[in-house]
Design a protein around this ligand. Structure first.
Ligand SMILES: [Zn+2]
Ligand SMILES: [Zn+2]
Length: 556
């Protein structure tokens, strides 16, 4: 046996929420588990998505053997197009996960050069010195797997995201047996999902939402508008089944909703009852008590279908008094304001809004609570433990949840943050050197619009293209902007010295304001997004430049 060591290199998702990615290295071979993204805080205004900095992988590109995916949520696959832009590594995942990856790659014109390999739960494969077994777990998305990675030094188990659902709606059970078997044989290192460590007890089964949805179907006298994550196939199935039972037709609204339901239907994961589908353009013609619209945009994203519906800005659906709107999802922290604003618009139109985890719940979490995390710890009984997927407080709590295992062979738990490595050799495990990590901020989701993180990287993007800040003063009483908006810019050459282009740009913003409804104008999130989009289009067309655009709206 050699003196080589096993290294764990967290590239994202430890000590922060989202953009999960973990490199595992043995000698001169590296595999990567997941490459996610996160949506930025509002403090990074003008940036659409954030991914880990994959510089470590780029520096060691000749060692990287492949990317292995646990499941298809954005915080696990959303960074792939940006990673592939740097290294063309083979990608392994279940059919559904890869179908979602394909969709992302297509948007970035990368599909033709990607090497995607479908795997099945229960299957084993070799990647360099690593032998990887895929283990089925239950989660809010279908086709989720954990990984048992056998290395020359022992077995590493990476749970991915999971909850232990004893009654999954598709009857695909959590493969606890395999976890237990590895535990019996001895596991060197466990990496386990910490998202819900704060919740005592057990997370409810996906089936728990059925009675509540049934009650809603029972009572709704008019149109039903249901929103959930498009990847929540189990939830969509339950809604489709209820619609069939209650004689309602179903229309899907929103780009992601349409494409993900199409994918899952094609893969046989979503059963769409015969002739139940209604074309979006027919929603308003159909009898209101015979329709369910399933709409994307649970988080109040300003340009999503649901946000548009909320302010009568959707081509095919507007709310009327007595309609019922169901938000069958959680409120992601940071989105409260946008979601409540959207709900206010809906309530003003007389819609009945149902959301949150009331009892019985209209949404259940996809992550295991404390007892489920304990169950996995007890089955696997690892020698070393590293909590993953969570902010520091969650990782620390998860580590303390494992403390009782010290009697059962646990030598040490390590709370690592992104960039802090762990080294394991025959003598034991210890924290290793820190590696440079960071975040890459991307404007509008294409690779050529990468905005380097201002905190970590230099201000290259800003110094090349500068930034543009349209300042819009809206009259509190009239809701109107009385003068043409001002535009302040720095480092954006085309706007210097009162150029004619600057005047035209002011007109563009003015037009955006004029063409917006009174209600849109009261919704700053929507207005900022519209102004940014219109101005960006104008600037790219006329200057081929992409400055950072940060609209500021003032009430005067
Ligand atoms: Zn996740
Ligand atoms: Zn997930």
């Amino acid at each position: 046996m050699s003196d080589r060591k096993l290294q764990l290199i967290p590239l994202g998702g430890l000590g922060e929420f989202g953009m999960n990615s973990m490199a595992i290295r043995y000698g001169d071979d590296i595999i990567v588990v997941d490459a996610g993204m996160m949506f930025p805080d509002s403090e990074l205004l003008g940036v659409d998505i954030v991914t880990p900095d994959f510089a470590y992988l780029e520096q060691h590109r000749e060692m990287v053997r492949g990317l292995v995916l646990t499941h298809g949520h954005e915080d696990h696959i959303g960074g792939i197009p940006f990673l592939l832009g740097q290294i063309n590594l083979p990608i392994y995942g279940t059919a559904f996960t890869l179908a979602l990856v394909e969709r992302r790659l297509e948007e970035h014109d990368l599909l033709s050069k990607a090497h995607l390999h479908t795997v099945k739960p229960g299957q084993k494969m070799e990647l360099g010195p690593f032998s990887i077994e895929f283990i089925h777990v239950t989660h809010s998305i279908v086709a989720a797997v954990a990984l048992a990675i056998t290395t020359p030094l022992g077995v590493v188990i990476h749970t991915g995201d999971f909850k232990v659902d004893p009654t999954p709606t598709d009857n695909e059970l959590f493969d606890l047996h395999t976890f237990a078997e590895y535990g019996k044989r001895g596991v060197l290192l466990l990496l386990s999902d910490s998202t819900n460590v704060d919740r005592p007890g057990y997370t409810e089964s996906e089936r728990a939402v059925r009675p509540r949805l049934e009650d809603i179907f029972n009572r709704a006298e008019r149109r039903l508008v249901v929103s959930c994550f498009s990847s929540s196939i189990h939830r969509l199935q339950q809604i489709l089944d209820l619609a069939a039972e209650y004689g309602r037709k179903v229309a899907f609204l929103g780009r992601s909703m349409l494409s993900v339901t199409e994918i899952s239907h094609r893969l046989g994961l979503l059963h769409i009852p015969d002739s139940i589908l209604l074309r979006p353009q027919d929603i308003m013609q159909a009898a209101p008590d015979k329709v369910v619209a399933i709409v994307s945009g649970t988080q109040g994203e300003p340009m999503s279908s649901l946000s548009r519906v909320a302010i009568d800005n959707h081509k095919h659906l507007s709310l009327q008094r007595g309609d019922t709107v169901v938000l069958s999802s959680r409120i992601i922290p940071g989105n409260e304001k946008a979601i409540f604003r959207m709900m206010n618009h809906m309530a003003r139109r007389g819609a009945d809004i149902i959301y949150g985890s009331m009892n019985p719940p209209v949404h259940v979490s996809g992550h295991g609570s404390a007892e489920e995390l304990r169950l996995i710890l007890n089955l696997v009984r690892p020698r070393f433990f590293v909590p993953i997927h969570g902010e520091y407080r969650q990782l620390a709590k998860h580590a303390s949840l494992a403390s009782h295992l010290t009697r059962l062979g646990l030598e040490e738990s390590f709370v690592l943050e992104t960039g802090e490595t762990l080294e394991i050799d025959r003598r034991g495990a210890r924290k290793g050197p820190k590696i440079a990590v960071g975040r890459v901020c991307i404007d509008s989701g294409t690779i050529d619009e990468v905005v380097e993180d201002m905190v970590i990287r230099d201000r290259r993007h800003l110094s090349e293209d500068g930034f543009v800040m349209p300042i819009i003063a809206i009259n509190k009483h009239s809701g109107k902007s009385e003068a043409l908006p001002e535009i302040v810019s720095r480092g954006f050459m085309s706007f210097e010295d009162g150029s004619p282009l600057l005047q035209q740009a002011r007109q563009v913003v003015g037009k955006t304001l004029e063409s917006s409804s009174a209600e849109e104008r009261t919704d700053w999130g929507v207005m900022q997004e519209k102004i940014r989009a219109d101005l960006k289009r104008f600037l790219i067309k006329n200057t081929s430049r992409r400055p950072l655009i940060m609209p500021v709206i003032l009430e005067v």
